[in-house]
Each structure stands twice: as structure tokens, then as C-alpha cells.
Design a protein around this ligand. Structure first.
Ligand SMILES: Cc1cc2nc3c(=O)[nH]c(=O)nc-3n(C[C@H](O)[C@H](O)[C@H](O)COP(=O)(O)OP(=O)(O)OC[C@H]3O[C@@H](n4cnc5c(N)ncnc54)[C@H](O)[C@@H]3O)c2cc1C
Length: 377
């Protein structure tokens, strides 16, 4: 994948280049809004060895192949994609970035729009840019138990909806000590009758009700710590089973680790976005957070953690970004056809006809809106 350099300012900056963020970027770019994606890489989609539940995508496609195609798609339409970690996003007040002359201009421009000149300063290891709107699609990190652990996708799995199907009639473990692990254990009984719950040396924290539920199901609860693992004798890539501190061994094809999710919500929290109790970012149906001009999509928000869901949210937000901002209409005509991906190093938007400088910050010019909010797409 060819990376591009960042320009000084964008209509939309997407933080995080997983399926959710890249979908938002594809929509905003194709609807004519200058868009950059800043992505540190290595998110949940990148962990996939194969792709399930995404119609039209062959199951053999890896997460990295999936993402590479997506990056090339958004780049082909003109979005900038850079590798980098966003370290801070803050509102850049107009008074700090505009001259008096610009201020007067803005007043006129603002007659028909609310908050149209919202600007954010986005700091990243790839550089600093300004953005009218920010999409946070930073996902979460699965909390991992201590090793020894099998390879992700070859005996260690994080996504029930994606991978439970591959364990039909196979011996399976579910590792953890919370209510969630007990819940997943009972779900797995729909796929196979051979399910163990591995406490891995921890005390259970589940409720009395959950304990009763477990008692009512044919599940072995193994208390001993996992001390080792061995491969499948017929396929050394795959797990064969675990060794336990009490000297026992149990064969498994694979299983799930249930230790919770560490949401990458620092930027949202610093911006003042409302968070839900579980650490997800609170959003409405279109991905608006509680902060004007800031959207959140994908695994960072509440809901099913699946690629089609993340892409659907990304699409809704991309369209809403276009439709809802009456003063945020395209800064350029969408390209009539995708261009080839090229390296745009040293490019600057400050010289384009549709941009002008406001107190040193280059802001794209506003055009007449092409949609109203209620028009169907
Ligand atoms: C092993 C595994 C297998 C899976 N298999 C499937 C499957 O087969 N089918 C399916 O539908 N779902 C699957 N899922 C779930 C799916 O991967 C997620 O639901 C999906 O990737 C969510 O997309 P996202 O864009 O919200 O987040 P992610 O894919 O996690 O992308 C978030 C991106 O944001 C970046 N980021 C985070 N913080 C910053 C920052 N500060 N600055 C810049 N970038 C940042 C991350 O590096 C990452 O690139 C699987 C998940 C796992 C873990």
C-alpha cells in the first residue's frame, strides 16, 4: 500500500483505518469531501487470518488483504491514508485560527448553517492537520490472559460470531472467570457437546444466577492454571490441547478467551464525548457523539463487533457527514472515475482553487449544498 503525505487541512479526518473508518472515508471521499485517514495499524481486522460473515469477500481473504484492498479503494478516489498514531484531537477555536477579515466572511457564510466552521486540530506522529469533522474509529483491544496461548485464529479466538461455526462437534474451551465467559460457554453448547470452561487459576466472579445456569449445563469447569500447550499432531499450526498445573492434559481444537475489551477511547474522552459505562463511545444512529462535529463508528461504539456492522456504521456516518452539514458540502466535484493510486508526496492543498487561508489555517471553500437532510440517498 502506498502511503500519502498529509496536507494541512481536510474536511474530514478519520482516526483509525479499520473497516469502519475506511468505509466512512470511502463515502466522504466519493461524495467530494477532502478526507484523510490516519491509522496506526494492527487493529482487530488486521488480526484476522480469514474473513467470515462478509458477503462478497472470499473466506480465505486475510484481514491484512481485506484492509489493503480497502485502503487502495479509498486512495483511488483521492483520500489520503497515512500510517501514524493520533495523539491528540482538540477543538481549534476560530478566534485562534482566523483573522478579523476572515471572521466577517465566516459570519456571512454561517447564516444558513450551524457550527459549519467547526475546526479540530489533529495531532499525530505523522503530522498535524486541521479538520472540519473528525470520525473516531479506533476500535478496542482484546484483553489477553497470560501465556501460554495458542496462535490467534489457530486455537485462540476472539469472535464468537465469526469462529464458533468452525468448532462444530469439536472439543472447545472457553477461558475466563466472569459472567461473560459462562454465557459464551453455554452458547458454544449449540455447536458442540464438548465444552470446558477454563478458570486458569482465577476465582470465578460470576453471579449466583450464572453459577446455577452453569450447573444446569453439561460443562466441565476446570480450575487449574494452564501451564503449557501442545499442537495438533495432524496440523502443527493448530492447537492440540493444554497442559494444566495439576498435571492433566485436555485436547482442544480451539476456544475463546473472555477477558474483556480495552476501548481505545482516550481521544473521545479528551474531546469530552460522552462514554457509556462499558467504555464505548455514546452515539446516535448516525454516529454523532455528544460533541458537535465528532463522530464515532465501529467497535468503539456499542453493538455487535462485526465487520458488516462496522462498515454499515461507517457508511451511515459517511453519508450523514455529507448530508447534515449544510455548510460542509463538497469542496470539490467527486472524481468521475477512480484514479490509480499514486504517491502524492509533497502535495499541498493550500494551492488548490477551492481552498483559502484563514489566519494560517487553510480551510476548504464552501460550495452550495447538494443535499438536504431529508433527501434519500
Ligand atoms: C481475531 C479476530 C477475527 C475476527 N474475524 C472476524 C470475521 O471473520 N468477520 C467479522 O465480521 N468480524 C471479525 N472480527 C471482528 C472485526 O475484526 C471487528 O468487528 C472490526 O475489525 C471492527 O472494525 P473497526 O474499524 O471498528 O476496528 P479495527 O478493525 O480494530 O480498526 C481500528 C483501527 O484504529 C487504529 N487506531 C486505534 N487507535 C488509534 C490512534 N490513536 N491513532 C491512529 N489509529 C488508531 C487501530 O490501529 C486500527 O487500525 C474479528 C476480530 C478478531 C479480533
Amino acid at each position: 500500500m502506498t502511503e500519502t503525505n498529509l496536507a494541512e487541512s481536510y474536511d474530514v479526518v478519520v482516526v483509525g483505518g479499520g473497516p469502519a473508518g475506511l468505509t466512512s472515508a470511502l463515502y466522504t471521499t466519493r461524495l467530494g469531501h477532502d478526507t484523510a485517514v490516519i491509522d496506526r495499524g494492527g487493529g482487530r481486522a488486521a488480526m484476522m487470518l480469514d474473513t467470515h460473515n462478509v458477503v462478497g469477500v472470499p473466506e480465505t481473504v486475510s484481514g491484512n488483504e481485506f484492509l489493503q484492498t480497502a485502503v487502495e479503494q479509498v486512495q483511488a478516489y483521492g483520500a489520503d491514508y497515512v500510517r501514524g498514531t493520533v495523539t491528540d484531537v482538540e477543538r481549534a477555536t476560530r478566534s485562534a485560527t482566523t483573522t478579523d477579515e476572515d471572521e466577517n466572511e465566516n459570519e456571512n457564510e454561517n447564516e444558513d448553517g450551524e457550527g459549519n466552521d467547526t475546526l479540530f486540530r489533529v495531532e499525530s506522529t505523522a503530522g498535524e492537520v486541521t479538520a472540519r469533522r473528525v470520525v473516531l474509529s479506533t476500535g478496542f483491544t482484546d484483553v489477553r490472559p497470560d501465556p501460554p496461548l495458542p496462535r490467534t485464529g489457530r486455537g485462540l479466538h476472539w469472535c464468537l460470531h465469526c469462529d464458533a461455526y468452525m468448532f462444530v462437534d469439536e472439543p472447545v474451551y472457553v477461558m475466563g472467570h466472569s459472567d461473560a465467559v459462562a454465557h459464551v460457554t453455554t452458547i458454544m453448547l449449540n455447536f458442540t457437546s464438548d465444552v470446558d470452561l477454563l478458570l486458569n487459576g482465577d476465582e470465578p466472579t460470576w453471579s449466583d444466577e450464572t453459577a446455577e445456569l452453569l450447573d444446569a449445563h453439561p460443562v466441565d469447569v476446570v480450575e487449574a492454571e494452564v501451564t503449557g500447550k501442545y499442537p495438533d499432531p495432524e496440523d502443527s499450526e493448530w492447537l492440540g490441547g493444554f497442559e494444566f498445573a495439576d498435571g492433566t492434559e485436555r485436547d482442544y481444537r480451539g476456544g475463546f478467551a473472555m477477558y474483556g475489551s480495552d476501548y481505545n477511547n482516550d481521544l473521545a474522552a479528551a474531546l469530552g464525548c460522552e462514554l457509556n459505562d462499558d467504555g464505548t463511545v455514546a452515539v446516535d444512529d448516525h454516529g454523532h457523539t455528544s460533541v458537535d462535529g465528532v463522530y464515532a463508528v465501529g467497535d468503539l461504539t456499542r453493538g455487535h463487533n462485526q465487520i458488516p456492522v462496522a462498515m454499515g456504521e461507517g457508511a451511515k456516518t459517511g453519508i450523514d457527514l455529507h448530508m447534515s452539514a449544510s455548510g460542509h458540502a463538497p469542496t470539490r466535484s467527486p472524481r468521475s472515475r477512480p484514479r490509480r493510486t499514486t504517491d502524492h508526496r509533497c502535495r499541498s492543498r493550500s494551492s488548490t482553487a477551492s481552498s483559502r487561508s484563514r489566519g494560517g489555517v487553510v480551510v476548504p471553500a464552501r460550495l452550495t449544498p447538494t443535499y438536504t437532510r431529508h433527501q434519500s440517498s
